[in-house]
Design a protein around this ligand. Structure first.
Ligand code: BGC
Length: 746
């Protein structure tokens, strides 16, 4: 439809012949801002109001009279969500809205490979184009504060620097197709339980050093055209209409010129939406207060109520014009970009991309006695155990749920790779969630199994005794209270008696391999009794093949944890200080209550807390093994001193000392020897992934500037670095940094 409107208009215009008669806003050779002003000047008040709120569940209106088509958003962030009905959440029932499911963003972050993030964004953008979507609701970069966070699987881990480095190329790759990114959920959207009612209280220092940098990078470096305000509150204002976050920081300090989109139903007041930075209102429950009324988009806070208030003189059109300018910019960047390609859906190239991301993100957490990779000359009998070996994971988890064209399960991936030469058996081991649907998309799997817990374990153990290898696929899934939008996890322990199953299998077979499928860390009380542990994430369409490739050694694992894997919950700052999930204000628990959640741990999130509280995690941030070995040596520095506006380059020799080709991530952390404000012991400020053949050496360079030495000074409200001594700690994990280089800041 949109293409027809646009081309009819262009034909009509060209019938008049001369280019001079092409209106400025339609002339792609004119500067963007002039086109925006020209279009704005032609719009009526009603047309302006029409473009700043939804007209269906996922779309907003264009300006048909001027040739601007509808604007279509869609989730995000792991693939293009299937279409729902115009005014309902139910499926539209189309047969051409399946997609490639890319691995979850935790897996992407675990690649520590910005090139892979670009490939992710570009491939997803091509799928979006083909499906007629102009904005993808993602990526998510909320910081991993506690392993109980229900949506951590959709985000990029605990470290602001890593998340920044990974989000920028994702956004750029996506937008290179003329599809807008909508980075979410701005900001401190770290709780799912009562997510509309959590009021986050934190220091400016924690805000600027931990929770904002990835958003800032997405906006100022990635040039994201969109951002989504969170559901939660900050300084007692909902984040989709928040004076400090949206007006002062995003649009003021970062000069954001794109659109602020509300989370679905996150707009609560016309006045606040008008004044505090919201540009496009989506998903509001009909009259804004309750669910039920159909096609009530004219009742949205930024629709008739706003129009009337302008007509009655309560507001001038100053705020409205600012919002419309942002929407128009977004139109010119997306729907009005005539260079946009057509896109592809479910292409081989996209499956290849999904495979690369999954293979590079898988983390080999533990591998004693060389249990992995499987020795195929000895592997005559392999037993696969666990619901997660067969359960489809692309359906579920909330708004990121997909209708994948295909999903290869771990069991099928292994069967295909091992072939008929290996006798492969399967045992369930535990029964978790046997349902498989989200919003009308069903997996069609029948997972019911009526055996008792004792029987399930006994059956698995009996077969495990006879197997050469036992591979257990367990972990979480995307059901409520696990890795799923809407709720946080209730416990750190694995659900569904998996701990008992693992202990029993470890006793029955010395070659037990545990593959954890999740987007979160889980308690591993049996860690010392299981020789091989792999973090498999939610790998999307190609998950099973990627896991099989790593398990048999076709792919050499190179993923690194994007978050700390604590031994117990009390080793996490937020829990040690009893600062999650906050307290109901004045006993107001209920629909209208507010939970105040003070981030008492401040800047000490993840490995920063590990250093601060001297805890020992099960696996450290940045940890991940390989089937080969690497040696880092000869750390050098370009100068002993750095000036305030200068930079320094560190060079390290990395050698593959093993027998297989592989990739290693060189990680550089900065330690500030003396500081006027307390600082984390170390902070990640550079990394580089390098690929090496056996015996090969390469020089890896990492350059830092002043920003790597700076902290946010609350009082001065400014980033600041102080002259003096610093140390660069270089290695391959936050707990393995053997090389130290001292330098001075002048
Ligand atoms: C989620 C967003 C999502 C939106 C639209 C909300 O519930 O928080 O992440 O983009 O729904 O589905």
């Amino acid at each position: 439809m949109r293409r027809i409107i646009l081309s009819t208009l262009l034909v009509a215009l060209s019938a008049f012949g001369a280019k001079a008669q092409t209106p400025v806003y339609l002339d792609a050779t004119q500067p963007l801002e002039q086109r925006v002003e020209d279009a704005l000047a032609r719009m009526t008040l009603q047309e302006k109001i029409n473009v700043i709120h939804a007209q269906s569940k996922f779309s907003s209106a264009g300006v048909p009279r001027l040739g601007f088509p509808d604007f279509w958003t869609d989730d995000g962030p792991h693939g293009v969500r299937p279409d729902v009905l115009w005014d309902e959440w139910e499926q539209a029932g189309q047969s051409n809205d399946s997609c490639v499911a890319f691995p979850a963003l935790t897996c992407l972050a675990a690649t520590w490979n910005p090139g892979i993030a670009r490939l992710y964004g570009k491939s997803l953008g091509e799928e979006a184009l083909y499906r007629g979507k102009d904005m993808i609701l993602g990526p998510g970069v909320n910081i991993y504060r506690t392993p109980l966070g229900g949506r951590n699987f959709e985000y990029m881990g605990e470290d602001p620097y890593l998340a920044s480095q990974m989000v920028v190329p994702y956004v750029q790759g996506l937008q290179s197709n003329g599809v807008a990114a909508c980075v979410k959920h701005f900001a401190m959207n770290n709780d799912e339980e009562f997510r509309n009612q959590v009021n986050v209280v934190l220091s400016d220092r924690a805000l600027y050093e931990i929770y904002l940098p990835a958003f800032k990078a997405a906006i100022t470096e990635g040039k994201s055209w969109g951002i989504m305000g969170g559901y939660n509150l900050y300084k007692n204002q909902h984040n989709s209409q928040n004076e400090i976050l949206l007006n002062k920081i995003l649009k003021g300090e970062w000069n954001f010129d794109g659109v602020v989109v509300s989370d679905w139903g996150a707009c609560h007041s016309t006045d606040e939406a008008v004044k505090y930075g919201l540009d496009m209102e989506f998903g509001t429950w009909t009259n804004g207060l309750s669910a039920g009324t159909k096609n009530a988009y004219e009742n949205y806070y930024l629709s008739t109520p706003y129009l009337k208030a302008i007509q009655e003189g309560k507001y001038t059109t100053k705020e409205l014009d600012d919002k419309v300018r942002r929407v128009l910019r977004t139109f010119f960047r997306t729907t009005m970009n005539r260079q946009r390609p057509q896109g592809y859906l479910c292409s081989e190239a996209h499956y290849d991309a999904a495979r690369k991301i999954a293979e590079e993100g898988i983390v080999l957490l533990k591998n004693t006695k060389g249990v992995l990779p499987l020795n195929l000359s000895k592997a005559h009998n392999v037993l696969v155990v666990g619901e997660n070996a067969i359960k489809m994971m692309t359906v579920g988890g909330g708004s990121s749920s997909l209708k994948a064209q295909k999903e290869i399960s771990p069991l099928d991936g292994l069967k295909a790779r091992l072939g008929s030469a290996v006798h492969l058996e399967y045992e369930r081991g535990y029964v978790g969630d046997t349902t498989g649907n989200y919003n009308g998309v069903t997996t069609g799997q029948n997972l019911s199994d009526s055996r008792s817990e004792a029987q399930l374990i006994a059956d698995a153990v009996a077969k495990a005794r006879k197997a050469d290898y036992v591979i257990l696929f367990g972990g979480l899934n995307k059901s409520d209270y696990q890795d799923c939008e809407g709720h946080d996890r209730k416990q750190y322990e694995l659900p569904y008696h998996q701990d008992r199953l693992i202990e029993a299998l470890a006793k029955a077979n010395k070659n037990l391999i545990y593959v954890n499928i999740s987007g979160n860390a889980v308690a591993m009380p049996w860690v010392s009794r299981v020789p091989a542990i792999v973090q498999g994430w939610y790998g999307g369409s190609i998950s099973g093949e990627a896991l099989a490739a790593v398990l048999v050694g076709d792919a050499n694992p190179s993923g690194k944890l994007p978050f700390t894997w604590p031994a117990k919950l009390s080793d996490v700052g937020a829990h040690a200080l009893n600062a999650f999930p906050g307290t109901w204000r004045n006993g107001t628990k209920g629909r209208n209550g507010i939970i105040d959640e003070e981030y008492k741990e401040g800047i000490y999130v993840g490995y920063r807390w590990v250093d601060h509280a001297k805890t020992v995690p099960t696996f450290a941030f940045g940890h991940g093994l390989s089937y080969t070995t690497f040696k880092l040596s000869n750390a050098r520095i370009s100068a002993k001193e750095m000036t305030q506006d200068g930079n320094l380059t560190f060079t390290v020799t990395v050698t593959n000392t093993g027998k297989r080709a592989g990739q290693e991530v060189v990680q550089l952390y900065i330690h500030d020897a003396v500081s006027s404000l307390e600082r984390p012991y170390k902070e990640l400020k550079g990394f580089s992934k390098v690929s090496l053949q056996p015996g090969e050496s390469k020089e890896v360079e990492i350059t830092i500037d002043n920003s790597a030495l700076s902290f946010f000074d609350d009082k001065a409200h400014a980033w600041k670095s102080e002259a003096g001594k610093f140390t660069a700690l270089i290695g391959t994990a936050s707990d393995n940094l053997p090389l130290k280089v001292n330098f001075n800041l002048k």
